[in-house]
Ligand binder design. Structure first.
Ligand SMILES: Cc1cc2nc3c(=O)[nH]c(=O)nc-3n(C[C@H](O)[C@H](O)[C@H](O)COP(=O)(O)OP(=O)(O)OC[C@H]3O[C@@H](n4cnc5c(N)ncnc54)[C@H](O)[C@@H]3O)c2cc1C
Length: 92
């Protein structure tokens, strides 16, 4: 497991239940997910933690910028992003 190591024993011999992570990203919104994806793309271990269960009650965006699609292409998910958007395009 590159970049991660078990936490050392704490004083008194207790074993810490924590794991060392090079980068901890707090919040699984667009910024946290994009950062986690980019770090993974660069081979840097990270962990994204999100306090909510992932359910979104209202949309956080209704359009994707060209720059965002450039990143999707970089991460190899451009086709998936396009197909997802196309499936939700309102009827003309
Ligand atoms: C109605 C609406 C429409 C929008 N439309 C567009 C659009 O069309 N195009 C566009 O580009 N932008 C749009 N935006 C803006 C866009 O949604 C925000 O810019 C974007 O969500 C910001 O991302 P973020 O990751 O910084 O923050 P957030 O999306 O707020 O994500 C932060 C996350 O961190 C979590 N979190 C916070 N504190 C903790 C903690 N202590 N521990 C664990 N998790 C935590 C939260 O639960 C949340 O999931 C819209 C926003 C709204 C509200």
């Amino acid at each position: 497991m590159s970049g991660r190591s078990e936490a050392p024993r704490l004083g008194g011999g207790a074993l810490a239940s924590a794991t060392e992570i090079p980068v901890l990203i707090v919040g699984g919104g667009p910024v946290g997910m994009a950062l986690g994806t980019e770090l993974g793309y660069q081979g840097i271990d990270c962990l994204v933690i999100e306090r909510r269960d992932g359910t979104v009650s209202h949309p956080k965006m209704n359009m994707i910028s060209t720059r965002t699609m450039e990143f999707c292409r970089r991460w190899g998910v451009r086709t998936n992003a396009s197909a997802f958007a196309e499936a939700r395009r309102p009827e003309a």
